[in-house]
Design a protein around this ligand. Structure first.
Ligand code: GLA
Length: 539
């Protein structure tokens, strides 16, 4: 009896400790700078310390930015993966991870101390797998030791990327949360989950909602969306199944503000503030134009980002393709943030009408970018927006607040084909191949000589009814070998088709509400399957 009791108590304790929750070190969306968007692997001590100086001197620190984060390629060791021909351990005889001695001759503690001496915080990158996305050693097998090493260096923020990891997000994040909770200093966890699970909120302070942001306004509509442009991300971030809350933020990726034209940068920043997203700058802070400095440090926009409600703004209305109204409730009673957005390539007139928010009486408007009060409006407020432009308003109403409805993802169009180019996310190269007759779309999933192990095509939808669905996949496989994919948990075997398109079917049980169809191949072998479309029907 006693033994049984003991086992019960121990298993309860184990469950509690396995499910260790985060302390929530990032109460508001983290603000900082990261080396990746401008420098990739071309980083060194001088550059990072120069950014710390510039964060202070430019006024960004005063505006609320605090983290200086070194992204990938700081490590000494090269991991075994398809990118690397040579492999080096990059750890000392005790397993302690080492920084590249050419890029960082004084080591990481030296940089962390410098960053701290400026009143800032220090962040670093790793992955739970064997290899980072850039082919450097990951933390696999050394996770606890690495966190302890980072803590000794003075790390305050870890960007945990996801390359080379074949465990589920939940398992990995539970483990990391436990390790971080035992670390000797508070460390914010920024995760890039391979497939977003709602449990990510419990373990992580912020999490990526999509693939890598590019310095472009929109991805080419005639190619497959591998990496999104700024305006593609607006909707992608909405599709996140995870609701952000205080201390847990959807991360549409690091900013390209300053790496793009001023107008694009301003709209990009406004939308991130509308999302209440982490604001991690990715430009050269040492050489910013006054216009870009003003964008990154606009106090009214930043206040909307850091609003204590942690609300994620949403699309409220589409007036015409590319002309959108976005809004969110602010923490302060009956205040709202509003964006009128012109995603298009030509200037456009737009109006803000308080009735579009569901309000009944006149509202007081302030223009966030003009830094001025516009006054009380009983009539619609008309604006002229340049291409890629926006107006960001603070709206103060004089009535009981209306809850801005969360964005509803589209209901799964049962029995009509969903084109591969409309998928949410892919990790792999693709190309248009009009050489295969009978192809009905602009782009599809086709990986040739691909280097990454996760090869997936995702569709996110809402579903009216739970049930068994038959999924038909229209594909082409010119190669000679058959390929075994999974569609959620079902096995899908693609057989060689020559130049024809064929259909393979799978049965999948889908629950009502949010659902995600993930077609994936977890193999690093090159493959050339092309997906044209999927059709979902009830069995
Ligand atoms: C992935 C991430 C990027 C960056 C690179 C580094 O692609 O999404 O943000 O960290 O890895 O290799």
């Amino acid at each position: 009896m006693k033994k049984k009791m003991l086992i019960l108590i121990l298993s309860i304790m184990l469950t509690i400790s396995l499910n260790a929750q985060k302390p929530g070190w990032a109460v508001v969306p983290p603000m900082g700078w990261n080396s990746w968007n401008s420098y990739g692997g071309n980083i060194n001590e001088k550059l990072i310390m120069g950014m710390a100086d510039a964060m202070v001197n430019s006024g960004m620190k005063d505006a609320g930015y605090e983290y200086i984060v070194i992204d990938d390629c700081w490590q000494l060791g090269r991991a075994k993966n398809v990118i690397n021909n040579t492999v080096s351990v990059g750890r000392n005889s005790h397993g302690v991870i080492l920084a590249d001695t050419v890029k960082f001759p004084h080591g990481m503690k030296y940089i962390a101390d410098y960053v701290h001496s400026k009143g800032l915080k220090f962040g670093i990158y790793t992955v739970p797998g064997e290899s980072s996305c850039g082919g450097f050693v990951g933390s696999k097998g050394f996770e606890e030791l690495d966190v302890n090493t980072f803590a000794e260096w003075g790390v305050d923020f870890i960007k945990l990327d996801w390359c080379g990891c074949n465990e589920s997000d939940t398992i990995v994040l539970q483990r990391w949360r436990k390790i971080l909770n035992n670390a000797s200093r508070p460390i914010v966890l920024s995760a890039s989950g391979a497939s977003l699970q709602t449990s990510i909120v419990k373990y992580s302070d912020m999490w990526r909602t999509g693939s890598d942001i590019q310095k472009i306004w929109a991805s080419d509509p005639y190619s497959f969306k591998i990496f999104p442009g700024i305006s593609d991300i607006f909707k992608l971030n909405l599709y996140s199944p995870v609701r952000q809350t205080v201390s847990g933020y959807n991360d549409p990726d690091m900013l390209q503000v300053g790496n793009m034209a001023d107008e694009d940068s301003k709209t990009h920043f406004s939308m991130w503030c509308m999302f209440g997203a982490p604001l991690i700058a990715g430009n050269d802070l040492r050489n910013m134009t006054p216009a870009i400095t003003k964008i990154l440090t606009n106090p009214e926009a930043i206040a909307i980002d850091q609003d204590p409600s942690a609300n994620q703004g949403t699309l409220v209305k589409e007036f015409a393709p590319g002309l959108e109204l976005w809004a969110k409730n602010l923490y302060k009673y009956s205040d709202y943030a509003v964006i009128l957005l012109n995603k298009g390539e030509i200037p456009a007139k737009m109006v803000f009408d308080y009735k579009d928010l569901g309000l009944k009486s006149p509202v007081f408007l302030s223009d966030i970018w003009a830094h001025s009060d516009l006054g009380l409006f009983s009539k619609p407020y008309e604006v002229e927006l340049p291409a890629h432009g926006c107006v960001m308003l603070k709206v103060v109403a004089n009535e009981f607040p209306v809850k801005i409805a969360a964005y509803k993802i589209p209901v799964l169009p049962v029995a009509s084909p969903i084109q591969a180019e409309d998928s949410f996310f892919s990790f792999e190269a693709a190309k248009i191949d009009k050489a295969i007759p009978g192809y009905t779309g602009n782009g599809y999933l086709q990986g040739i000589n691909h280097e990454w192990c996760v090869f997936s095509l995702r569709f996110r939808y809402d579903l009216e009814k739970q049930g068994n669905y038959k999924i038909d996949i229209r594909y082409n496989l010119p190669g000679k070998e058959e390929l075994n994919y999974t569609l959620n948990n079902a096995k899908v075997t693609f057989k060689p088709t020559g130049k024809e398109w064929k259909i393979v079917s799978a049965d999948v049980n889908l629950t009502k509400g949010f659902c995600e169809l993930i077609l994936s191949l977890k193999s690093c072998k090159a493959n050339i399957v092309a997906i044209d479309a999927i059709t979902v029907s009830r069995e």
